[in-house]
Design a protein around this ligand. Structure first.
Ligand code: HEM
Length: 198
């Protein structure tokens, strides 16, 4: 077997299918690739999060720290990946955007699962009899990184569509503010629960 087959390179590259026609194909393909990079990261994050949870009792402290650091590193990569959008041509984006109506990042099944699992897992860990402040602090950093990604995403929205509705038919920026507040509330509830346990 050779490298290209080992990583199923052709299959991976074939997943990039711009829809809006030749005029916008180069920019739309760049836009799709930025989403693909995110989704590959989400997949890794979910694997690590599920494994962390499954081995909550059996893994060592160091293994837990290493696993959470990897999730954190993937979120930092997502923040950098989003920065690629600075190099997406705005006029071209607005040109191919109508072909995205009904399609939105808010439907990302892996992202939705991330939200569901992350706050649950952090809460479950904090209710363990032997929870460690070092682990809590990495959970805090992951939550902060998710928040930083959301802030960067709001800047992207402002740059490309200002106060327009999203392709997912929400109020765009305003909706995203509410989402960010919601994740902060979830995190603060975990901290409050922790204080009760202590
Ligand atoms: C030009 C680039 C982008 C614009 C203008 C944009 C715009 C928006 C808007 C307006 C929303 C609110 C929902 C809606 O009505 O559609 C949204 C949600 C979302 N977008 Fe984007 N987006 C962009 C790029 C990306 C990228 C690269 C990703 C990577 C996965 C992404 C992931 C998401 C996610 C996960 C949500 C839901 C977030 C949550 O509810 O916490 N977006 N986006």
């Amino acid at each position: 077997m050779i490298y290209d087959d080992y990583i199923a390179l052709q299959k991976l590259l074939d997943c990039n299918k711009p829809r809006a026609g030749v005029k916008y194909a180069l920019e739309e393909s760049f836009f799709i690739r930025i989403h693909h990079i995110h989704e590959i990261n989400f997949a890794q994050i979910l694997l690590d999060l599920k494994s962390f949870d499954a081995k909550l009792i059996t893994s060592t402290l160091q293994q837990k720290i290493d696993q959470l650091h990897r999730i954190l590193a993937c979120w930092k990569l997502n923040i950098n990946t989003l920065k690629l959008l600075e190099f997406l041509d705005k006029e071209a984006f607005l040109g191919f955007r109508p072909s995205l109506m009904g399609i939105s990042g808010m439907q990302s099944s892996q992202y939705l699962l991330w939200v569901e699992l992350f706050y649950k897992t952090a809460d479950r860990y904090n209710h363990q009899a032997i929870n460690h402040p070092g682990i809590l602090s990495i959970f805090q950093s992951i939550h902060a990184s998710h928040n930083d990604w959301l802030v960067a995403h709001e800047e992207v929205i402002l740059h490309f569509i200002q106060n327009d509705y999203g392709t997912g038919d929400t109020e765009g920026l305003r909706y995203m503010h509410e989402q960010r507040n919601h994740y902060d509330t979830l995190w603060n509830e975990i901290l409050t629960g922790l204080n009760k346990v202590i």
